[in-house]
Ligand binder design. Structure first.
Ligand SMILES: Cc1cc2nc3c(=O)[nH]c(=O)nc-3n(C[C@H](O)[C@H](O)[C@H](O)COP(=O)(O)OP(=O)(O)OC[C@H]3O[C@@H](n4cnc5c(N)ncnc54)[C@H](O)[C@@H]3O)c2cc1C
Length: 455
């Protein structure tokens, strides 16, 4: 429980934000204080919902003067506890920053309020045969501001890269209260420090995005999805490596296990499209201006080690194949709050890692269950552990040290948040972390922005 907001502060926030911009009812605030997994729970006296950049700036200035800490929050789908007020901070929600500008057809760019969901931008882009180059399963809730703040990756990184690659303009309020706005969208613009690039991936610790300008990509008319079953991890990884080289218009390469498929079938009621159950599955998607189905068929036919394959070209059938992968997080969550570790490993170490990580977990907590899936096309593995205390650090410690030993990253795409703060030194040097701290001191001298995240 936290004390209610004093009347003096309530009046000041109301002056800046108006009545729809301030939430103080504890039953309403509750939804903003727990994360998507249910693992991270906090408390807050108020949720601040500014409707413009000016309101964000005035809010931050007031918080600076009053020494009040803030947690920026978008769709609250982040999985590392970065969007939750852990120690009574105020929540600064972007959900009223929902201006969705007209798409500029000439340069295929759009300026979007930080609180607009990915799905809303995808829908607007689709009307012009364009697409957002980053896609993820939380698309209906995840906001563009949150995605830039976390440098989100997702299922199409193998083709298009992460959010950072498509950020062509930004407007944000840094911890000093200053507005940094550079929304021109110029592709060539070497006029000093790339502040958008610096704030991108900073997890709300340096500034609050209010709008961003992103570059869109063409939406090809043809798309084909195949799901292949493999008897062993080596064959699955060899296939993934071969297809990356052989298929120029490769959009996605997603891996999951037979145990994962069984869980989705049992928990989410999805149909298993295969005759037999296989140890590993690889979902591959290809799109193009010409129908890529034959080319994909030829490549798959020539790939050794495939036990069974299902191909879908029609949107409903493709969505059914994708749901076997995308429903996995929800199905795992239904077993109780999992420990979620999102890591990347070099291609040469992937087989060893996938083959041993379950044993490493079981050696720490006998009986714990390890679920492996992820964007294997870019070396990204989601290691989810159930049956172990998600807050107990021994499992995370063992897995993250294994990742570091293999030359991987302790966070491929979700960020550090509070969940991985302790292990940042496994992926970043002391000198790098020192520079992080200097940047933080400059842009957020009072340490009011997401004080418990990252550093
Ligand atoms: C089912 C599921 C699937 C997912 N799949 C993927 C995936 O494939 N790839 C991937 O990268 N992630 C994935 N995620 C994680 C999550 O969706 C992303 O991290 C997403 O970018 C978070 O967006 P959000 O709006 O929900 O941000 P939030 O969860 O609200 O916040 C995330 C972080 O960004 C900060 N933040 C939010 N908004 C702003 C802002 N306007 N300005 C500054 N800081 C801000 C917060 O303080 C916090 O540190 C998945 C999550 C779920 C639940």
């Amino acid at each position: 429980m936290v004390d209610p907001l004093p009347d003096r502060l309530r009046r000041s926030f109301l002056e800046i934000l108006g009545p729809t911009g301030l939430l103080t009812d504890p039953t309403v605030i509750d939804g903003y204080t727990v994360d998507w997994t249910g693992r991270f729970r906090g408390s807050s006296r108020a949720v601040l919902r500014p409707g413009s950049t000016e309101e964000v700036a005035a809010t931050i200035e007031l918080c600076r003067r009053e020494g009040l800490a803030l947690v920026p929050q978008g769709g609250n789908t982040g999985l590392v506890g970065g969007s939750v007020p852990h120690e009574g901070e105020l929540v600064l929600s972007s959900r009223r920053l929902t201006a969705l500008g007209a798409i500029d057809r000439r340069d295929a760019q759009v300026t979007v309020g930080a609180g607009v969901t990915l799905a809303a931008v995808q829908q607007a882009a689709a009307a012009l045969d364009l697409d957002v180059p980053v896609d993820l399963a939380a698309r209906d809730s995840a906001t563009i501001g949150g995605m830039v703040a976390t440098n989100a990756g997702g299922t199409q990184v193998v083709r298009w890269g992460t959010m950072r690659h498509h950020l062509v303009g930004h407007e944000a309020v840094v911890g000093t209260g200053q507005v940094v706005s550079h929304l021109s969208g110029l592709v060539k613009d070497n006029t000093g420090y790339d502040l958008g690039g610096l704030l991108c991936g900073s997890e709300g610790t340096l500034g609050v995005f209010t709008s961003v300008r992103i570059a869109l990509v063409p939406r090809p008319p043809f798309r084909v999805t195949a799901l292949c079953g493999f008897a062993d991890v080596e064959s699955m990884l060899d296939a993934a490596a071969t297809w990356r080289r052989a298929i120029p218009e490769l959009d996605a390469l997603e891996a999951f296990t037979g145990a994962g498929l069984a869980l989705v079938v049992a928990r989410a009621g999805r149909a298993d499209p295969f005759r037999d159950r296989h140890r590993w599955y690889l979902l591959v998607e290809v799109s193009g201006r010409q129908d890529p189905t034959d080319h994909l068929g030829d490549v798959v036919d020539a790939t050794p080690g495939i036990a069974e394959v299902v191909v879908a070209t029609e949107p409903g059938a493709r969505a059914r194949l994708w749901s076997l992968r995308e429903d996995l997080s929800l199905a795992i969550n239904a077993l109780g709050p999992p420990l979620k570790l999102d890591v990347s490993v070099p291609a040469g170490a992937a087989a060893q890692f996938l083959g041993t990580v379950g044993d490493v977990v079981a050696a720490v907590v006998p009986g714990a269950r390890t679920w492996l899936f992820g964007h294997i096309g870019d070396g990204n593995v989601h290691v989810n552990v159930t049956g172990a205390d998600p807050d107990g650090e021994a499992v995370a410690d063992a897995v993250l040290r294994l990742v570091a030993r293999d030359g991987g990253s302790i966070s491929a795409e979700h960020g550090i948040g509070v969940a991985k703060k302790r292990w940042l030194h496994l992926s970043r040097s002391a000198a790098e972390i020192d520079v992080f701290r200097s940047v933080k001191r400059t842009l957020d001298p009072d340490g009011i922005l997401n004080p418990h995240v990252l550093l």
